[in-house]
Write a protein of this length. Structure first.
Length: 218
């Protein structure tokens, strides 16, 4: 068995899905106009390596607690339709190439499932490993259910994903992980074929030093 894993933000897509979702909700009057600048502040923390993923999740999800899951899923479907034209054809082709080879494919992202699942459908990837939101009384309460799918926890999520299929990294014939960020180093180090995609400065330096392939966006 061969495995192909894909990060979402700035890897499969050339933008931040959380920011796109925030703008989507601001445009509909669900979030206040300053929500974009607040989210951007967390993006800067991410780049600086100081992000508290649980705090970001709380700030992003808690305002949606007053809406039921049915409403959120309807918005997610509308969001999916808006995002469809923005998917890079080259990344669609990359995913399809792995699928055509019969590889087990999954998207692995720190983004909450509500945002990530639409991109899974758009790329035709059934398995999306994302940060899960705690659901209370048919609504999201802002807390993370379990561990966030971020940093070292991404590797844990993938190991559990493989275990449900009776697999492990050691049992795989070959494995790929495509990512743009040094924060994904634990998972990049676990696969046989790490690939840097438009990488940040630190990941680019590591990829060059280690001889890892670097994909640049056209």
């Amino acid at each position: 068995m061969k495995l192909a894993l894909f990060d979402l933000d700035h890897t499969l897509i050339p933008f931040d899905s959380g920011m796109a979702w925030t703008r989507f909700l601001v445009a509909r009057g669900v979030l206040p106009a300053d929500a974009e600048s607040v989210y951007l502040g967390y993006c800067r923390q991410y780049v600086a390596g100081t992000l508290d993923i649980r705090e970001l999740h709380q700030v992003s999800v808690a305002p949606l607690a007053r809406f039921g899951l049915a409403v959120l899923r309807q918005w997610a479907a509308e969001f999916e339709a808006e995002m469809a034209p923005q998917l890079p054809q080259a990344m669609r082709a990359l995913v399809r190439e792995h699928q055509d080879e019969g590889h087990l494919c999954a998207i692995v992202t720190a983004t909450t499932w509500l945002i990530a699942d639409p991109f899974g459908r758009l790329f035709g990837v059934a398995d999306v490993l994302a940060t899960q939101s705690l659901v209370v009384d048919d609504a999201l309460d802002g807390a993370i259910d379990g561990d966030p799918c971020f940093g070292a926890h991404k590797l844990m999520h993938v190991k559990r994903f493989l275990a449900t299929r009776g697999l492990s990294f050691e049992a795989l014939e070959r494995s790929w992980f495509y990512s743009d960020s040094i924060s994904d180093l634990p998972l990049l180090g676990a696969v046989s074929d790490p690939v840097a995609v438009c990488p940040d400065e630190r990941l680019r330096a590591l990829a060059l030093h280690s001889g890892w392939p670097i994909l640049e966006r056209a």
